[in-house]
Design a protein around this ligand. Structure first.
Ligand code: ZN
Length: 464
């Protein structure tokens, strides 16, 4: 019976997918840029359009959720199958600014199809996600009049500007939003036609370092020799952060890194890797080495900490003169992974920088607020349901991947809901150009992704 329902929903989706695609186009036509300086009315219009869409999809209690002076989110639910899990489907309806209009091959807010892809701002990030959820719900309700699980939908309006009000929104609507599992449709696939489940995200710890030895810059010829150069001092401090292989050399910092299990290692080894493709994607120059010692590139990007110097300032190219600078400044970032503690990492970083400061220079270190890592268990009902659903939706086993970057709201959502599992799926591929000009959606993968969500609702019901 239940299997029959999935088949009916899939069949319904197949017959109506053009309609869902035109729903997507209609959303893309609303320039819902949430950034300051853009028309907030458009974001509200977008929220209203999403609310209409959710209602038309068969969801109940549809309403906008306000966040003080922030942009509205949209909520809807269908709670009708007692004893079944409740699934919170998340996506966001706000978008990035269009960028440089002259770089777009077609207008950013006029969705245009070319070569199997649809172009437009937000077409993938994340209006495709909005439609995936709505289409999955409607495909069941319009065919078999029932959903396999209880469904709640939250479509945020401020993701692209950092989800500043999401925590209070979750706080204020705790009962409304409570769920057993959350599905976040806002990630990218490993490759075109290659579905992926993102099971971890790195966090980040950032500090600003200022080194000072003189009250003001002086002539390097007249005075140079006995004076401590703060730029050299900073260089020595920064150089001491890594070893000859480019690995983090801060004592204690790697102690808490959770080793990968044999199965996780094998999973990474099974992902296709081509150095030439990797070099192209990362824009790495021909003679430059891949650093960081042994271990695969994927392991280093997703499951190991990394350290980078984001910026250095001491005089400038334009003003380079024969001087000893009075001060030097740098911003240092460390990407952190399970089970590193952000506070401890920050302290170890600061201590190491200070300990390596030579010649009595004055060191001032200002930390920025850190973002935690996130990692889900690669077992249990939610994980297994997602793997099965993605394989059925795309006809290919999903890649289990990590994300090297930080998405703080994932942890915000899962923690607010009491530590529930989060399934990070999405429809972008390496050619999607999200946040850039000519953002585009591979339409065939969007159909695969919609089918996956249809399967996922059923898989979650049958495995919990
Ligand atoms: Zn997004």
């Amino acid at each position: 019976m239940e299997e029959h329902n999935v088949a009916a929903a899939l069949e319904h989706f197949a017959s109506y997918k053009d309609e869902y695609l035109s729903d997507l186009k209609n959303l893309v036509r609303i320039p819902s840029v949430s950034f300051p300086g853009f028309d907030a009315v458009s974001v509200r219009q977008s929220a209203e359009a999403v609310a209409k869409l959710l209602t038309r999809s068969g969801l109940k209690d549809v309403r906008t959720l306000e966040t003080g002076a922030g942009h509205p989110s949209v909520f809807g639910q269908r709670i009708e199958v007692p004893g079944r899990p409740t699934v919170l489907l998340y996506a966001h309806h706000d978008v990035q600014p269009p960028g440089r209009e002259e770089h777009w091959n077609s207008p950013p807010f006029e969705p245009t199809e070319r070569g199997g892809r649809m172009y437009g701002r937000g077409v993938t990030d994340d209006k495709a996600g909005v439609i995936m959820h709505a289409a999955a719900v409607r495909s069941y309700l319009a065919s078999v009049q029932t959903l396999p699980v209880n469904v709640k939908v939250l479509i945020e309006g401020e993701e692209e500007i950092g989800s500043a009000n999401l925590e209070s929104l979750l706080e204020n609507h705790r009962d409304l939003l409570t769920a057993d599992v959350v599905v976040i449709a806002d990630s990218e696939n490993f490759d075109s036609g290659y579905p992926s489940l993102t099971v971890s995200l790195r966090g980040i710890v950032t500090v600003n370092v200022e080194v000072r030895s003189l009250a003001s810059s002086v002539h390097s010829g007249t005075w140079g020799g006995p004076l401590p150069d703060p730029v050299l001092a900073l260089s020595r401090m920064l150089a001491a952060l890594v070893d000859d292989q480019g690995r983090i050399a801060i004592p204690g910092m790697l102690d808490d890194v959770r080793p990968l299990s044999a199965a996780e290692k094998a999973g990474l080894d099974n992902l296709p890797f081509q150095e030439s493709t990797y070099r192209k994607q990362t824009k790495l120059l021909d003679n430059a080495h891949i650093v960081g010692g042994s271990g695969s590139v994927y392991e280093k990007m997703w499951y190991a900490p990394s350290l980078s110097i984001n910026a250095i300032e001491a005089s400038s190219r334009k003003q380079a003169a024969n001087i000893i600078n009075d001060s030097a400044w740098a911003r240092v970032g460390v990407r952190i992974v399970p089970d590193m503690d952000s506070q401890k990492t920050q302290e170890l970083l600061i201590d190491h920088l200070k300990k390596n400061a030579p010649w009595g220079v004055t060191v001032t270190i200002t930390p920025e607020s850190p973002a935690p890592w996130w990692r889900m268990a690669t077992q249990g009902f939610a994980f297994e349901a997602a793997v099965a659903a993605l394989e059925k939706g795309y006809g290919k086993k999903p890649a289990i991947i990590g994300g090297g970057g930080s998405i703080p709201f994932v942890r915000t959502v899962t923690e607010a809901l009491g530590g529930v599992p989060a399934l990070l799926v999405g429809v972008g591929d390496p050619y999607t150009a999200a946040h850039s000009e000519n953002e585009n959606l591979l339409i065939s993968d969007w159909e695969n992704a919609c089918r996956s969500i249809i399967h996922l609702l059923h898989e979650l019901a049958s495995r919990k």
